[in-house]
Design a binder for this molecule. Structure first.
Ligand SMILES: [Zn+2]
Length: 270
């Protein structure tokens, strides 16, 4: 179990504890202690030290402007800072320091694409650019791509199951595994749960957290509703679901959530 608490949104310890308690309540357990990314600074620093990297002084706007150039590929870093001379680097570093900003650190990638195997989607080839390992700016922070690869290797993760909104980053992460001498995990990118308008679930969609659902429905009905989203009816514990679950029958389409299933709501009314 890992708590990814280093992202820009500053997930709080409180929300981490709530998520761990939600998982326990649903009957999902884990091996060993919880690993917090916020305790792994030395490991991320050590990982960066193993890689061929360079400083990048670009602002978000610099990158947006550069990627409007005729040959630029959308979403790919155009390499602006890759081949600067030591003198140019000194100047750019001083300019940033005057604004109290730090440079970012980027990987000097030797490929521009990489192919991963996904259990549901087969071979998926994605773009690889000189992606950020350490974000710059006023408060530097480790990039998710670096942290997740270093931590998966540290925790011997051999299978990554996650939302298919992250499918695009699998190529960069798997490539980074090869550079750090880590085994590439098996990927399983599953469809997201969306609202009726095809958007990610949010507060405006009503009761979307476990706590909110439990106001109106008993826990077994929340679990049966989750199982029903995967096509399994009459399930009330994760152990029952595990006994029948067949990953090869998973849908590749998003699941549209419009509230707990009628069975569950009906039972709650009684
Ligand atoms: Zn740059």
């Amino acid at each position: 179990m890992r708590v990814e608490d280093i992202d820009e949104q500053r997930s709080t310890m409180e929300s981490a504890e709530r998520q761990l308690s939600d998982l326990s309540m649903l009957g999902l357990d884990w091996d060993g202690d919880v690993l917090y990314q916020s305790s792994r600074h030395d490991a991320y620093r050590a990982a960066i030290a193993q890689l061929d990297t360079y400083e990048c002084y670009c602002s978000r706007r610099d990158i947006q402007e550069a990627s409007r150039a005729p040959h630029a590929k959308p979403g790919m870093y155009p390499g602006t800072c890759r081949d600067l001379t030591p003198g140019q680097r000194g100047e750019r570093r001083a300019e940033l320091a005057a604004q109290n900003r730090h440079p970012a650190i980027r990987l000097r990638a030797e490929v521009d694409h990489f192919t991963v195997r996904d259990r549901l989607r087969g071979e998926v080839t994605g773009d690889v650019d000189d992606f950020i390992l350490l974000r710059g700016g006023q408060e530097p922070g480790w990039a998710y791509n670096l942290a997740v690869v270093a931590d998966d290797a540290y925790q011997d993760i051999d299978q990554v199951v996650r939302g298919d909104d992250l499918l695009d980053s699998a190529a960069r992460q798997a490539y980074l595994c090869t550079l750090l001498g880590a085994a590439i995990p098996e990927y399983v990118h599953v469809p997201l749960v969306l609202n009726a308008r095809g958007q990610r679930l949010a507060k405006r969609d009503g009761a979307v957290t476990l706590r909110e659902m439990l106001v109106d429905a008993p826990l077994t009905h929340v679990i049966s509703s989750l199982a029903s989203s995967l096509g399994y009816e009459g399930i009330s514990t994760p152990v029952e679901l595990l006994a029948v679950f067949d990953p090869t029958t998973l849908s590749l389409e998003p699941f549209i959530f419009t509230g707990l299933t009628e069975t569950a709501a009906g039972c709650a009314d009684k």
